[in-house]
Design a protein around this ligand. Structure first.
Ligand SMILES: *Cc1c(COP(=O)(O)O)cnc(C)c1O
Length: 368
C-alpha cells in the first residue's frame, strides 16, 4: 500500500463518517422492515427531495444515467431526433441521448464558465431537434435564462443534467426546478451521495412523472399489468434511507464547499491561472474546484510530490472517445483545448482553510 496522501482528492469514508449515526439507523430501519424495493424509504425520500428541490415530483431511479435516459424516453425522444448537449461534460450526458437512439448534438462552452454557451445554441438547432440538455457543470448552474428563451422560441424541452448540482440555485430557483425535468445522480462522490449507485428525476410535469413511475418499474403501475415496455431502474430502499440521513446536512455541506471555494479564489488570486467565474444570478455548490493552467504537468507533478490529490475533469472530450468514433463530429476547439488545461483541486466539506492554503502554496511554488 502507498502512503496515505496529505490531502486526498476525496475521502469518502471521512465524508460519510460525519453522518454515521443517521446512516446506520436508516439502514437498520430497512433491514427490520422486511421490504426492500419501492417501499416507505423511497417514497419518503422522493417527497423530501422534491421539497428540497422546490418541485412537485421526484422519481427515484437506479442512477444518474438512467434518470436522463428515462426522461428522454418518456418524452418520446428517440431514433431520428437530435438533442443539444454541451461539448464539455461527463460522457453520461451524451450516452443518455445515444441510448434512446437519438443523436447528441454538441455545443461549445463559454470559456469563462465551461458551461454550455447559450449564444451558440441557435446555430445547432435543426428541424430534428427535440430538446436541450444543459449540464450544471462542476456545480455551477448553466446560464439558463437565455437558454430557456431559445427553447421556448423553438418549442424544445429543457432537461437539466443536475448530477453535479444538488442544491445550486439560479435566479433564486433550485437546480432541478429550472427546466421541464432534471436528472440527478447520487453516485458516492456527488454532493449528495449514496453508499452505492442511485439517481432521481425532478419535475413539475404531472403526466411526465406518472409515466416515469411506470417506466422505471417494468412499465407497470399495477402489479403484473404492463402498459408500456419499461425497464427495471429503481432507487433501492437502503440507498434511499442513506440519502434521507444525509439530505438534512446538504445545505451545510454546500456552505462548507462555498467557504473553501472562496478561500481558494483568494489564495490563488494573481497567479497565471484561469480561476472559476460565477455567472450573474448563479449560486454554485462547487462539486468540483476546477482551475485552468497552461502549465498543468508542472502543477500536477508538484501536487503529487506534496501528497495532494488531484484529477482532470475531463481528460478526453466526448466526441474524441472511442465510444463515439463511429460518428463524424464537427471540430470542437474549445472542448479540445480545455481537456489539456483543466485541473481539479480537492474540495470536500470536511476540509479546512489551512488545507486550502497548503494546496495553494504548492501551486504558487510550482508556477514561480
Ligand atoms: C455523475 C454524472 C452523471 C451520471 O450519473 P451516474 O449516477 O454515475 O449514472 C451524469 N452527468 C454528469 C454531469 C455527471 O457528473
Amino acid at each position: 500500500m502507498s502512503a496515505p496522501l496529505a490531502i486526498s482528492f476525496l475521502d469518502l469514508k471521512r465524508l460519510n463518517a460525519s453522518h454515521e449515526g443517521p446512516i446506520r439507523a436508516g439502514i437498520a430501519r430497512v433491514i427490520d422492515s422486511g421490504w426492500y424495493v419501492l417501499g416507505e424509504e423511497v417514497a419518503a425520500f422522493e417527497r423530501e427531495f422534491a421539497a428540497y428541490c422546490e418541485v412537485k415530483h421526484c422519481i427515484g431511479v437506479a442512477d444518474g444515467l438512467d434518470a436522463l435516459t428515462l426522461i428522454l424516453k418518456a418524452y418520446g425522444i428517440g431514433e431520428g431526433d437530435e438533442v443539444i448537449v454541451p461539448s464539455n461534460t461527463f460522457i453520461a450526458t451524451w450516452l443518455a441521448v445515444s441510448q434512446t437512439g437519438a443523436t447528441p448534438v454538441p455545443v461549445e462552452p463559454n470559456l469563462r464558465t465551461h458551461n454550455i454557451d447559450p449564444t451558440r445554441i441557435e446555430a445547432a438547432i435543426t428541424p430534428r431537434t427535440k430538446a436541450l440538455m444543459p449540464v450544471h457543470l462542476y456545480g455551477q448552474p448553466a446560464d439558463m435564462a437565455p437558454l430557456l428563451r431559445e427553447a421556448r422560441r423553438h418549442g424544445l424541452k429543457v432537461i437539466e443534467d443536475a448530477a453535479q448540482a444538488h442544491g445550486a440555485r439560479y435566479e433564486g430557483k433550485r437546480a432541478g426546478s429550472l427546466g421541464d425535468a432534471a436528472g440527478f445522480s447520487f453516485y458516492p462522490g456527488k454532493n449528495l451521495g449514496a453508499l452505492g449507485d442511485g439517481g432521481a428525476i425532478t419535475t413539475n410535469d404531472e403526466a411526465l412523472a406518472a409515466k416515469l413511475r411506470m417506466l422505471r418499474n417494468y412499465g407497470s403501475s399495477i402489479k403484473y399489468k404492463h402498459e408500456m415496455a419499461g425497464v427495471n431502474s429503481r432507487l433501492d430502499e437502503i440507498q434511499a434511507a442513506v440519502l434521507r440521513a444525509k439530505l438534512p446536512s446538504l445545505d451545510a455541506d454546500n456552505d462548507a464547499r462555498r467557504r473553501l471555494a472562496a478561500a481558494y479564489l483568494e489564495a490563488l488570486q494573481g497567479l497565471p491561472l484561469q480561476l472559476p467565474e460565477v455567472v450573474d444570478g448563479a449560486e454554485p455548490v462547487w462539486h468540483l474546484m476546477v482551475i485552468g493552467t497552461t502549465q498543468r504537468a508542472a502543477v500536477q507533478a508538484a501536487l503529487t510530490e506534496a501528497g495532494i490529490g488531484h484529477l482532470v475533469h475531463y481528460p478526453i472530450a466526448c466526441h474524441q472517445q472511442q465510444a463515439y468514433a463511429n460518428h463524424i463530429w464537427p471540430s470542437l476547439p474549445i472542448a479540445e483545448a480545455l481537456q489539456h488545461q483543466v485541473l481539479s483541486l480537492p474540495i470536500a466539506p470536511y476540509m479546512t482553510g489551512d488545507d486550502v492554503n497548503r494546496v495553494a502554496d504548492v501551486i504558487r511554488k510550482a508556477l514561480a
